[in-house]
Design a protein around this ligand. Structure first.
Ligand SMILES: [Zn+2]
Ligand SMILES: [Zn+2]
Length: 424
């Protein structure tokens, strides 16, 4: 199937004109043959010197389907072991690509290869084409790269791919753990959308209904194909990839990750920064899975308290400087954390308005699947559900939820709860 990207751009009822950077998206069996045709005599034929960025695993998965393309390109092969979207990964790509007169990058891989490719392509001022080898993340068409930069999780300016060729012959054969991670990354949108809607309700932050609907559509698609994914049905894989790309398009329409990333991703980012925990050897979506469950449980608890009339608003006491010093500070990240949180997004929250919005907040929370339903969805998808499965102790849950809002300057309901008392 070919996604008609033009229908996502243009004037919208939200009052903004949405821009889509990607020109074409193809999700089908044999999609790389269309890429080959385009490189030979289509819109990509004007590029003289293309480079493939891949790692050992993604090369093993994709090269046999792309022999001719491979023979036409420089290969920038990265080690699979310990490859992350960070300073080190970027340096590796820079070293290998240096001196080669490359005018087009083909990112052949999953999330990390894409983040590194989009960053380097942007830096070099050349376009890149996405060839996902697993339906593992929703960031393939993102305009920003999610990087760990000098120990801080950062969203760095980067290039969106000009084309996506998602070949189900390739990505449906990825290790299932990667696919499960993609399902979790997508289901995380339940919290991200809830956070966005609550922020809009309380602070009047800009929101786009159409984009919210698009994300909801992606969630529904995926809810329907979980059994098919576990059964290895190609069609289900194409549906999942389609949903992940839709979510990516939603981010392009807004120009940042607001529709697709909030409190659930903050949990993942905090653990990646290793502020209160040792290294977590888990995939992006696996950490998001836990962030989703922890926040769902928390939000539900607060919603119940609102309904009972026991949830009260208290004045904001400002950032927790001492705690931030003890935790982020011990990692040398105090200044960077304070900088990220300037201005403090909580300053947009007015206590009186928050008080008046409590019922509406409970309504928004109650639109989400309940924790038990969420666990069932994850179970059906074969996803990670328990914090200890990724090697994080249950004892760290409370501190994780308290600290994670500080990893990003973005208002989540988890952050807003710093102004709430909600006795059980
Ligand atoms: Zn809009
Ligand atoms: Zn994600």
């Amino acid at each position: 199937m070919k996604i008609n990207v033009s229908k996502f751009s243009g004037m919208c009822t939200c009052g903004r004109e949405h821009e889509i950077n990607v020109k074409d998206i193809i999700v089908e069996s044999g999609a790389v043959n269309s890429l080959l045709a385009s490189m030979k005599e289509g819109s990509l034929s004007s590029y003289r010197s293309a480079a493939i960025i891949c790692d050992e695993n993604t090369k093993a998965a994709a090269k046999k389907h792309m022999k001719e393309i491979w023979s036409m390109c420089e290969e920038i092969l990265l080690p699979s072991e310990n490859l992350h979207a960070n300073n080190h990964g970027v340096d590796l790509v820079r070293q290998k690509i240096q001196g080669k007169d490359v005018d087009l990058i083909l990112a052949v891989g999953s999330g990390t290869v894409h983040d590194l490719s989009r960053f380097v392509a942007y830096e070099m001022g050349i376009p890149f084409v996405s060839v996902p080898t697993a339906a593992s993340v929703d960031g393939f068409v993102s305009t920003v790269a999610a990087m760990t930069w000098n120990g801080m999780k950062k969203t760095m300016p980067a290039a969106a791919p000009i084309y996506v060729y998602a070949d189900s012959e390739i990505f449906s054969r990825a290790p299932y753990r990667l696919t499960a991670s993609g399902i979790s990354d997508l289901l995380g949108k339940y919290i991200a959308l809830t956070d966005w809607k609550i922020a809009h309700e309380v602070t009047g932050e800009y929101i786009c209904e159409r984009v919210c609907q698009l994300e909801m559509q992606a969630l529904e698609e995926v809810g329907k194909c979980l059994e098919g994914l576990r059964g290895g049905e190609t069609e289900a894989y194409e549906e999942l990839m389609y949903a992940l790309l839709l979510s990516g398009l939603a981010m392009q329409m807004i120009g940042n990750s607001r529709p697709a990333s909030c409190a659930e991703h903050h949990v993942s980012h905090l653990w990646e920064m290793e502020v209160i925990n040792d290294h977590v050897d888990a995939l992006h979506g696996e950490k998001v899975s836990i962030g989703l469950i922890l926040n769902t449980e928390l939000y539900e608890k607060i919603s119940r308290s609102i309904r009972r009339g026991t949830c009260k608003v208290k004045p904001y006491e400002g950032m927790e400087h001492e705690l931030i010093k003890e935790t982020f500070g011990a990692k040398g990240l105090y200044e960077a954390t304070m900088e990220e949180n300037t201005p403090d997004p909580m300053l947009a929250v007015d206590a009186g308005k928050l008080e008046k919005s409590l019922e509406a907040i409970a309504d928004i929370i109650d639109e989400m699947p309940k924790k038990d339903e969420m666990l069932k969805l994850l179970e059906r998808g074969g996803c990670i559900k328990d914090v200890e499965e990724i090697g994080i102790s249950k004892d760290l849950i409370a501190l994780t939820l308290r600290l994670s809002p500080y990893v990003r300057n973005r208002l989540s309901f988890n952050r807003m709860r710093k102004m709430l008392v909600y006795p059980e």
